[in-house]
Design a binder for this molecule. Structure first.
Ligand SMILES: Cc1cc2nc3c(=O)[nH]c(=O)nc-3n(C[C@H](O)[C@H](O)[C@H](O)COP(=O)(O)O)c2cc1C
Length: 326
């Protein structure tokens, strides 16, 4: 067992979080994570109609009695989403934990605090957003490093420097988001000052993840050199699987002058979610972290968690502790 500030504060067995993932963090995955003793987050904005979130919460509760949370990613560039309605459903359904992301969470942290809900705010690779979330009353912060799948921000700070720098400045428990796929990574981020790891890429590549098997197979065959950063030209960087569409996007960005609205049909989540439904690994910009280079199989969530916890314990007890000789 590994006890950290995060496990104690959130009452979870293991210091592992399944981050909200649009199109992926559905009932089967999040329930499996909860059953394995970790904290899983359903993705609110996967459901264009907020009532879809209510149904997904009910479905998850049908699969597990363990607690889980909801990720509320508020994206200013996605129009027509009723974020207040998602928040209302989260409160009405008595969801105990929320992972906020995407924008300033002030309004939602306040709302959730009054409802007795604990909030983890996810910050792109920068300490300034984490300090702001602390000031706003978040219960914990999750800091995205340069390694992560999805949106790492524009500062290009990897966890090795970002985490200890953040730990020096923040009072809140810190979760490290990005790059952890095994027990060596979990031991490392705990050593650097985090109280737990948020994992996306490792949980994306499990039996319970709804990604199409053909896309999973393509990702499992990928190495740490097979991701690319797209969206940089419009300051909306995203780390994704390197494929045919991503080469087209990068060429488009290299030519210059592309604005967000021109890029959106190519880089937006709708495109890769649709490509995944069709089983096409080449026609979507699939979010994917550098940790893909550490992933070589498609286990169940339970196997992943058991393996990571056993390996972390071995690394700490049998490798690191034995290095201290005097
Ligand atoms: C396919 C995919 C979709 C994601 N979608 C979201 C999202 O909608 N909202 C969010 O806050 N984070 C999202 N993330 C980020 C994850 O929640 C998590 O923070 C990140 O994947 C951790 O880094 P890792 O991929 O290196 O494990 C996504 C990540 C992936 C891989």
């Amino acid at each position: 067992m590994l006890a950290t500030r995060f496990t104690e504060m959130f009452g979870v067995r293991h210091p592992i979080v399944q981050g909200g993932m649009r199109g992926i963090a559905m009932a089967e995955l999040t329930a499996a994570v909860a059953k394995a003793g970790c904290l899983g987050f359903l993705s609110a904005h996967t459901h264009a109609d907020p009532e879809g979130l209510r149904q997904e919460i009910l479905k998850t509760r049908g699969l597990t009695t363990q607690p889980f949370g909801v990720n509320l990613t508020v994206l200013p560039n996605i129009v027509g989403r009723d974020y207040d309605a998602y928040a209302q459903i989260i409160i009405e359904m008595g969801v105990p934990f929320v992972e906020t992301a995407g924008s300033n969470p002030a309004k939602f942290i306040d709302l959730f605090k009054r409802a007795g809900i604990k909030t983890i705010h996810k910050c792109p690779s920068s300490i300034r957003f984490a300090l702001k979330a602390q000031e706003l009353g978040a219960d914990a912060v999750s800091i995205h490093g340069f390694e992560c799948g999805g949106h790492p921000g524009e500062d290009d700070l990897p966890g090795l420097v970002l985490l200890p720098a953040a730990a020096d400045k923040l009072k809140l428990p810190i979760l490290s988001s990005g790059g952890v796929a095994d027990g060596r990574g979990l031991a490392a981020i705990l050593a650097l000052g985090a109280s737990g790891a948020v994992m996306g890429t490792r949980f994306l590549l499990t039996q319970e993840s709804p990604l199409h098997p053909a896309v999973k197979a393509r990702m499992v065959a990928a190495t740490e050199r097979d991701t690319r950063m797209i969206g940089r030209s419009v300051r909306d960087s995203s780390r994704v699987l390197h494929n045919r569409l991503v080469d087209e996007i990068l060429e488009f960005e290299r030519r210059g002058g592309a604005d967000y609205h021109e890029l959106f049909p190519l880089i937006g989540a709708e495109r890769w979610i649709d490509a995944s439904h069709r089983g096409d690994p080449e026609d979507g910009a699939y979010p994917l972290g550098l940790a893909v280079g550490l992933i070589h199989d498609l286990p169940t969530v339970d196997e992943v968690v058991k393996r990571i916890i056993a390996e972390t314990t071995t690394v700490i007890q049998n490798r690191l502790a034995l290095m201290v000789t005097g």
